[in-house]
Design a protein around this ligand. Structure first.
Ligand SMILES: NC(=O)c1ccc[n+]([C@@H]2O[C@H](COP(=O)([O-])OP(=O)(O)OC[C@H]3O[C@@H](n4cnc5c(N)ncnc54)[C@H](O)[C@@H]3O)[C@@H](O)[C@H]2O)c1
Ligand SMILES: [Zn+2]
Length: 373
């Protein structure tokens, strides 16, 4: 039994190799932000807050006001919101802004927003003047439980997702749970798919905890969300510390993503990432059942869990051959085999390279939305 109530869940330290680490701080306001930043930069540092056009009117005034107390100057740069702006053209504009405003090597960038802002700011931090420091302030559930941790940064290129990028660790991740209050419900639910994924792949106790706290989670109780995000981040921390550059175990984080990505592409990104990952997880559970790793009861249990949290478990997936084809150019392929992540049980995922096209098709048939379903 994990005695979570004795653990300090207000801070998590992520180690990067033997020499460096960064903290993730869990708060319900921006009050502690200046103190946390000035702990890292006792001498006043120049700051550029990078945000997007949706988050800007909500939080950037408060964040820049707070940071001004500990900085020599704070400037702000706003990216147009949306994945379609996660590209090198927008990165160039950020470089230009930083150069025109004479930001130097000692600059601190602050990513205030969801995964798009975090990935882009991180990429600028990795490359501008051969690297400057950056802080993540993730404001979507997906960014809080996934994209702000682990140091993957980058942009899309000519229709290929995350094709250009770099590993760059933040110096601090500051999670203000209350920012989730303004997040559209569909975005919250979509981010929740990654929470489910983490529980399924690594931690059965956490999975049970999610069921026990489903009411509080859907009710947006911030103390519950804080524990949920902490526990989820702790799972990602364990995995990325062991395998920071995705040579082996980090692939486990792709549970639900092989077919999830294919479905995302099949629908030309009409559905949110988490919605497709939910389908991908149910498909992975189905294949795990058919390969006799999971029991039938466990498969149905997992499927129902996604329903409980408002995630889709079926869709029109009639062209299974096309979707299976789309798994082939997934970056996660190992020498021609799709590296599929399956479940041995709830809380234990493993890599399997023997999933056939027929098994994937059968899983898609199971999820295919039938008239009158
Ligand atoms: N680096 C990684 O390891 C990693 C992991 C997973 C996903 N990603 C990337 O993350 C991106 C998706 O992230 P996302 O889902 O956060 O998308 P996003 O950044 O586009 O945010 C979703 C929407 O919510 C808005 N928003 C953000 N915070 C808000 C708030 N508090 N209140 C109201 N609106 C808010 C945004 O403006 C946007 O319209 C993708 O580009 C994906 O490739 C990266
Ligand atoms: Zn994902």
């Amino acid at each position: 039994m994990k005695e979570t109530d004795q653990i300090d869940m207000s801070r998590l330290t992520v180690k990067c190799g033997t020499k460096s680490s960064y903290d993730i701080i869990y708060k319900q306001s921006f009050e502690a932000l200046p103190a946390e930043v000035s702990l890292l930069y006792p001498d006043k540092v120049r700051i550029c807050v990078i945000t997007d056009s949706n988050v800007d009117p909500l939080y950037s005034q408060e964040v820049t006001d707070k940071l001004e107390s500990i900085s020599s100057s704070v400037m702000k740069y706003v990216i147009p919101a949306g994945e379609e702006h996660k590209n090198l053209d927008e990165i160039n504009k950020i470089y230009r802004f930083l150069i025109e405003n004479k930001f130097d090597r000692k600059t601190l960038l602050v990513a205030l927003g969801g995964g798009v802002v975090g990935d882009m700011t991180g990429y600028v931090a990795a490359t501008f003047l051969r690297g400057v420091d950056f802080v993540q302030i993730p404001t979507t559930l997906l960014a809080q439980v996934d994209s702000s941790i682990g140091g993957k940064t980058g942009v899309d290129f000519e229709g290929f997702k995350n094709m250009i990028g770099a590993f760059k660790m933040p110096v601090l991740v500051y999670v203000n749970l209350s920012t989730l209050n303004s997040l559209p419900g569909r975005q919250f639910v979509s981010g929740f798919a990654e929470v489910m994924k983490s529980a399924l792949l690594k931690d059965e106790n956490f999975y049970v905890w999610l069921i026990d706290h489903s009411y509080e989670i859907r009710d947006m109780d911030l103390d519950t969300l804080s524990e949920m995000v902490y526990r989820c981040d702790d799972i990602k921390r364990m995995i990325v510390e062991k395998d920071p550059y995705e040579k082996k175990d980090r692939a486990l984080l792709n549970l639900g993503h092989t077919l999830g990505h294919a479905i995302e592409k099949y629908y030309d990104f009409k559905f949110l990432h988490g919605e497709c990952v939910a389908l991908g997880c149910v498909a992975a559970a189905f294949i795990s059942w058919k390969k006799e790793f999971l029991s039938k009861e466990e498969f149905y249990e997992i499927r129902d869990m996604f329903v409980l949290f408002g995630l889709p478990i079926s869709m029109d997936l009639a062209d299974t051959a096309r979707i299976v084809e789309l798994t082939k150019n997934d970056k996660k392929m190992a020498s021609g085999h799709v590296k599929f992540i399956l479940l041995k049980k709830i809380g234990k995922a493993f890599i399997n390279e023997e999933v056939t096209d027929e098994e994937m098709s059968a899983a898609l048939d199971e999820l295919n939305f039938a008239e009158g379903d």
